[in-house]
Design a protein around this ligand. Structure first.
Ligand SMILES: C[C@@]1(CC(=O)O)c2cc3[nH]c(cc4nc(cc5[nH]c(cc(n2)[C@H]1CCC(=O)O)[C@@](C)(CC(=O)O)[C@@H]5CCC(=O)O)C(CC(=O)O)=C4CCC(=O)O)c(CCC(=O)O)c3CC(=O)O
Ligand SMILES: NC(=O)C1=CN([C@@H]2O[C@H](COP(=O)(O)OP(=O)(O)OC[C@H]3O[C@@H](n4cnc5c(N)ncnc54)[C@H](O)[C@@H]3O)[C@@H](O)[C@H]2O)C=CC1
Length: 240
């Protein structure tokens, strides 16, 4: 195992305070990424900020303190990004954050702090993060472009459909009549649904056409599950 290996996780930021120190182009990109990830309270501390950041400062999401960094700036934060133009200061900020048990990233030295930020592709609930562990941020950006071509917007719709099927199948009152091992049968169907190209499209179409009630969606969801059951299960029938 490589000593500097990274452990990938996806963090939930809503309701958690983030602090970005620095207000240049890099800080701007980090703030945008935090907002895309659902952060709803970002403190920016910087001597100078870009016009875009100044504009964001008018919203309730981003609060800007235009002055040099002070250690008290991170004490209430859950996550800190040090993106000033001073690498020594960035190192100090992440080590102060580390000591307080706060997630910390340094934009000027990938080996410092508790996390690095990947290049990200978002398609609804699908989130793909790419990192080269600091070896080549440009390659991470390049691979992101390739993945954007490969995984289009349809993946958002696909996941919405799959979530419906999964919620329905895993609800405790959903019973597959022919099966003794309910969980194994349900997991079998869920794996098949993830590979199926037609069911999710039909469900997405029904959702788009939906004018009246949720019943159509429930019916279409059950229809997809039934179709998979017929192909895959002995009794060939799923029901409540
Ligand atoms: C370690 C890390 C720390 C962190 O920031 O978390 C880090 C560190 C550094 N980046 C530097 C330079 C550049 N970074 C980019 C771009 C991105 N950098 C990102 C992440 C990371 N950069 C983390 C590891 C990522 C990984 O390897 O997987 C991306 C993916 C995401 C993001 O920024 O959030 C984003 C693409 C976003 C997108 O396109 O979607 C470009 C290209 C460009 O701007 O076009 C360049 C110039 C070309 C080049 O150097 O390749 C320098 C030298 C600074 C200097 O010269 O002073 C350092 C410092 C060092 O090397 O230690
Ligand atoms: N991680 C990444 O993706 C990349 C990182 N970098 C690194 O990120 C850093 C920032 O890059 P840019 O945004 O382009 O720089 P920049 O020069 O545009 O902005 C630097 C910001 O730091 C602020 N600052 C400096 N000293 C400060 C202090 N004591 N207290 C508070 N704020 C202070 C300045 O006011 C300014 O807002 C650089 O160190 C660079 O090496 C550069 C490119 C990509």
């Amino acid at each position: 195992m490589q000593e500097d290996a990274l452990y990938p996780i996806m963090l939930r930021l809503a309701g958690r305070r983030c602090a970005v120190i620095g207000g240049g182009k890099v800080a701007e990109r980090k703030v945008a990424a935090l907002m895309e990830a659902g952060a709803d309270r970002i403190d920016v501390i910087a001597e100078q900020v870009t016009d875009t950041l100044a504009e964001l400062g008018h919203s309730s999401l981003v609060r800007i303190a235009q002055r040099p960094y002070e250690p008290a700036d991170i004490q209430q934060a859950w996550l800190v990004i040090a993106a000033t133009s001073d690498p020594v200061l960035n190192a100090r900020i992440v080590s102060e954050a580390d000591a307080l048990g706060i997630w910390a990233n340094s934009a000027s030295e990938g080996g410092e702090g508790s996390f690095v930020t990947p290049a990200v592709v978002r398609r609804g609930d699908l989130v793909i993060g790419v990192t080269t562990s600091g070896a080549s941020p440009s390659l991470a950006a390049r691979l992101k472009l390739e993945l954007e071509q490969q995984y289009g917007d349809e993946y958002g719709a696909r996941l919405q459909s799959l979530r419906l099927v999964r919620d329905r199948l895993l609800s405790s009152d959903y019973v597959i009549r022919s099966e003794t091992d309910q969980l194994a049968a349900k997991q079998h169907l869920l794996r098949a649904a993830a590979a199926d190209e037609t069911g999710w499209q039909e469900l997405a179409r029904v959702r788009e056409d939906l004018t009246s009630t949720d019943i159509d969606i429930a019916k279409a969801t059950d229809g997809w599950i039934d179709q998979l059951s017929k192909q895959l299960l002995l009794g060939g029938e799923a029901c409540v």
